[in-house]
Design a protein around this ligand. Structure first.
Ligand SMILES: Cc1cc2nc3c(=O)[nH]c(=O)nc-3n(C[C@H](O)[C@H](O)[C@H](O)COP(=O)(O)O)c2cc1C
Length: 165
């Protein structure tokens, strides 16, 4: 399991999360976080396993990179996060804007299922999808790079103006 130290606290405008087994999700989400910061936005970047679930109801903008494993399972470090979100304990998220980057491989029939499930669940909880879910195959950069660029642009346009209220 790969982890990192949260860089800032809840209350920042944007939270970038990743759930990963072999580090792909960590690498792409780190780049997303860096590009958001380079665009002048205030974001924090952390592992789903380090995320405090009660903070979800206070999030304004959540961007998640998450992979899929056997039997449509999340990576181990995202089990708690996904379990909570899929449960009846998950809060309504009407204030939340979000985007999901799903990592997987087309050789599996359950291609990117966890990311797709997360994307659908956040919408079901009332959150607003900012960007279409990105579906990454083995050569994940092909989808991740343009998804990161587009997400940075959309988040900048959406949060940029009134983000320091
Ligand atoms: C044992 C194993 C099982 C996997 N199962 C699936 C799967 O069911 N569906 C899928 O889309 N990808 C599956 N993958 C592909 C991974 O999700 C993909 O390699 C992803 O980029 C890993 O990202 P991570 O390093 O952030 O965990 C599997 C990979 C491995 C090694």
């Amino acid at each position: 399991m790969m982890t990192n130290t949260p860089v800032t606290a809840v209350g920042d405008e944007i939270t970038v999360l990743y759930g990963t087994e072999t580090g792909n999700g960590m690498r792409v989400s780190k780049r997303l976080w860096q590009q958001l910061e380079a665009a002048g936005l205030h974001a924090r970047w952390l592992n789903t396993g380090k995320y405090r679930l009660p903070e979800l109801s206070r999030e304004r903008c959540l961007l998640v990179a998450i992979s899929t494993y056997d039997d449509e399972q999340p990576p181990e470090d995202a089990l708690g996060f996904m379990g909570f979100l899929m449960s009846s304990k998950a809060p309504r998220l009407l204030q939340l804007r979000y985007g999901v980057l799903a990592l997987g491989a087309t050789c599996y029939s359950a291609f990117c299922t966890v990311g797709l499930t997360l994307d659908a669940r956040l919408a079901e909880l009332g959150a607003t999808r900012l960007v279409h879910v990105g579906l990454c195959d083995t050569e994940f950069e092909r989808v991740a790079a343009p998804w990161i660029a587009n997400t940075t642009r959309v988040v900048s346009e959406t949060l940029g103006a009134g983000s320091h209220d």
